[in-house]
Design a protein around this ligand. Sequence first.
Ligand SMILES: CC(C)(COP(=O)(O)OP(=O)(O)OC[C@H]1O[C@@H](n2cnc3c(N)ncnc32)[C@H](O)[C@@H]1OP(=O)(O)O)[C@@H](O)C(=O)NCCC(=O)NCCS
Length: 156
Amino acid sequence: MPDMLVKLYDLPKTSIFSKMEAADITIRPAIAPEKHHVSAWVERQFDLGWRSEVEVAFARQPVSVYIAIKAGKLVGFACYDATIRGFFGPTGVDKTQRGQGIGEALLFACLKNMREIGYAYAIIGSAGPTEFYHKKVGAVAIENSDPGIYKGTLEN
Ligand SMILES: CC(C)(COP(=O)(O)OP(=O)(O)OC[C@H]1O[C@@H](n2cnc3c(N)ncnc32)[C@H](O)[C@@H]1OP(=O)(O)O)[C@@H](O)C(=O)NCCC(=O)NCCS
């Protein structure tokens, strides 16, 4: 899976946040007391590697994790500056809640924040759903970037 590059200075206009509001889904930055809850959820829904990454994002100040909440429950997360500086991800949405725009809203929330803090570009590390990133924020694959920074990562 390649890394992808996103122009933060040229993000498309989006109405995704009004869509979230209309659906009563809250998208907001996470705060430190939520770390144990979000980390455990990420491990349950995805894996231990993603838990490690989200915990690194929680260790930053301000925390670089955004969460999605529906009916009082965590339904998705996204982070940046976790894997390595300048990287967006990981991100994920509860399987039963996909297709409502939550992933898109979390993506825009993080990328807008990255722009605000001074990045010109974001890199989506080892992008799984490349079509999603291309369609939503014009991300393009970086040539010869697989396995990139992940080469030799310990897995056991
Ligand atoms: C990728 C993911 C975060 C998207 O979340 P989601 O809430 O289902 O996505 P949205 O509802 O915001 O989708 C927005 C659009 O992207 C499209 N899309 C979503 N996932 C897609 C995928 N895997 N491939 C292609 N298009 C996709 C949707 O069809 C939708 O298109 P539309 O606006 O034209 O209708 C979610 O599928 C997920 O958690 N996947 C597993 C974890 C993962 O792969 N994370 C990314 C790691 S880099």
